[in-house]
Every structure is written in C-alpha cells, then in structure tokens.
Design a binder for this molecule. Structure first.
Ligand code: CP3
Length: 319
C-alpha cells in the first residue's frame, strides 16, 4: 500500500535514483523493478503493481506532489470552476507509462505469480482531491457531499469514468486481478456510505465486468465496520479485503463463500514480531480454515518493519 517498499533497502536505493515519487510511478523500468523486489525476496503468490492512487487526479489535470515526510499535496478542488478545469483530455497519455509497467511485469513475473492492478475508489480519491491532501476530519469533502451533492456527484462520476479507463488499460496490458482501495470508506455515515462508496463502486465493477467478463475484483473498504456487509454483498466484488479491526470469524459466517476474504494481520504485529506475531498468524489461519482466503495485512506494511519478520511470517504460513 502507500507504505510499500520503504521497509526494503533495495527499494530505498531505487527510489533515491529518481527525484519525485510520481516520477518513479511513471518510469516503467524502475516501477517494474520495485514491484519485483519483494517477490524475489519472499516468493509471494501475487505481485501488486507499483503505482499510486493519486496518479488518477494527476492525470485528470490536478497537480499532485509528494514531499518527504509531509504526504501528498494537491491544489484543493472546492467549486465548479475547479472541477471544470479537470477532464479526460490528457488522461490516456499521462497513465500510458503505468500500462507499460504492467506489460513489463507480466513478461517478467513467473507465470504462477498473479499480477494485481489497482486504483483508489472514487470516494477515497475524491477525499484527497477536495481536501488537497491527507485529512483527519474530512471537513471539506464531507461538507461538499452533504451541502453540494450535485457538484460532488459530478466529481464522483468523473472518477468512475477515469477509473474505468485506467483499470481497463491495466487489464488489457496484463493485470489479472484488480483491487479497489477505499482507505477512507469509514469516514461516512450509513446513508452517505451507500451513496458515495457503495453506488459508485457498484457502477465501476459492473462496467468492468461487462467490458472484461471474468476479471476478478477485490474491494478494500477500510474502517467500514458492519457496513462491510452491504459493501461486500452489494457492489458485485469477488473479494473483500478486511482491515485489522474486523472480525474474521464474523466475515467467515456472514460473507464467505459468496465473497472471498482477504486480510487482515495488523501491520504493527508484523513490526513487533515474536510470539505476538505467531499467535496472530495462527489465529487468522485457524479462523479461515476451509474458507477461500487470501492472507494479507490489514493495511500497509510499516517502513521500520524488519524484512526478517516478513520471511518468518511466510514460513509460519507455508509451514
Ligand atoms: O503496495 C504496493 O507496492 C503498491 C503501491 C502503492 C502505493 N500506494 C505506493 C506508494 C499502492 C497500492 C498505494 C495505494 C495508496 N496510495 C492508498 C490506498 C492504500 C492505503 O495505504 O490506504 C493511498 C491512501 C495512497 C495515497 C498516498 N500515497 C499517501 C497518503 C502517500 C504518502 C504516505 C507518506 O507517509 O508519506 C503516498 C505515497 C506512496 N505511495 C509511497 C509508496 C511506496 C511512499 C513514497 C515514498 O517512497 O516516499
């Protein structure tokens, strides 16, 4: 996730060779290289494309920058005039390098390693676009959704269109599974959750499945709590990635096997290591025994995580 790679010295080395982070996302050779690094080291079953969810607003014409230690910065989108400046004109040209990365990866990865493409969900990407960066309270974006829902709907619709084109390109260049990151799904109350998280995701999933039947889609509605049930069952996704606060036993009872489960080891447990890590891994494996399940973290790996903890985790899972 957004932390990915930074725990590996080989990532930090490649990263240092380029100026900006988005430059890395737009350099197919380098982006493919950092995608392959953890696969070589740990032998995971799947690789996730190295890119970022904020590639999409950037390609729509909203300036995005990353400053070390400050997180992403965007020119905040607050009104119709701001929205009118954005559009699909330069979109394909801007995301073309990401498609080249996907193509290279499919050629370079061992055949049995699944390649996962991704984008942010419309709601989560909209939070960054309206707030102008990361946020704790989401005051601007939630107020827009509550008070100016016509304008907000236009933004969400633009993001559904852009995400569709972006994901279709990834699929056509070799992505075999798609993951939708909805990191801030938990910021909305129930009615707005349905309107701005479930509905746009459902539309995006339906369009992708109509265009490319058979494509598998995983959704990650972080922080959605019990609303995860509506999300998992209504959007048409094939798999749901659960954050670490979710009960896997609940998910097994409620969602499985209609939807494949993924998750949900706490990244801090992986950082801590030792008996707590072993206990948590065993708990996850026991709870999901006999159920279709993809072992994953509940959120992004933390930069200070010792790589040996990751190899220990792999040994524990594979026995
Ligand atoms: O996991 C992978 O290897 C795939 C790559 C990936 C990145 N971002 C690379 C990245 C993925 C899947 C993402 C998704 C992403 N990006 C999300 C959704 C998942 C989540 O973590 O909740 C979000 C919300 C973002 C937005 C984003 N990108 C933020 C807030 C930041 C700054 C984080 C910080 O602490 O500074 C990023 C930057 C980013 N994206 C990095 C990486 C490896 C760090 C850049 C660096 O090397 O300095």
């Amino acid at each position: 996730m957004r932390q990915a790679g930074r725990y590996l010295p080989e990532y930090r080395e490649t990263r240092a060779q380029l100026g900006g982070f988005l430059e890395l996302c737009r350099s197919p050779d380098k982006a493919a290289e950092v995608t392959l690094q953890p696969i070589r080291r740990f032998g995971f079953d799947a690789a996730i494309l190295f890119s970022d969810i904020l590639v999409v607003p950037d390609a729509l014409g909203q300036k995005v920058s990353f400053t070390e230690g400050e997180g992403p910065k965007l020119t905040p989108l607050r009104n119709l005039e701001d929205l009118s400046r954005l559009g699909m004109d330069g979109f394909q040209g801007s995301v073309a390098p990401v498609f080249q990365t996907v193509r290279q990866l499919r050629q370079k990865l061992p055949e049995e390693v699944t390649l996962i493409g991704f984008c942010g969900s419309p709601w989560t990407v909209a939070t960054y676009m309206v707030e102008g960066g990361s946020s704790k309270e989401f005051l601007a974006v939630k107020q827009m959704a509550f008070k100016d829902s016509g304008l907000f709907q236009r933004l969400i619709d633009l993001l559904v269109d852009a995400s569709f084109d972006y994901l279709l390109g990834q699929i056509d260049h070799g992505a075999q599974v798609i993951q939708l990151f909805d990191s801030w799904a938990g910021a909305l109350p129930e009615l707005e959750f349905i309107r701005w998280v479930v509905e746009p995701t459902k539309r995006l999933v339906a369009r992708l499945k109509a265009a490319r039947p058979g494509i598998k889609i995983i959704g990650f509605p972080k922080g959605a709590g019990v609303l995860t049930e509506i999300y998992a069952l209504e959007t048409g996704i094939d798999g749901v990635s659960l954050d670490s606060s979710q009960s896997l036993a609940w998910a097994v009872r409620t969602l499985s096997p209609k939807v494949t489960l993924q998750g949900n080891l706490d990244p801090v447990v992986l950082l801590a290591g030792g008996p707590a890590l072993e206990r948590s891994v065993d708990h996850i494996l026991e709870t999901t025994k006999g159920t279709p399940f993809i072992f994953n973290l509940g959120h992004g790996i933390l930069p200070p995580t010792p790589p040996e903890h990751v190899s220990g985790l792999m040994q524990r899972i594979r026995g």
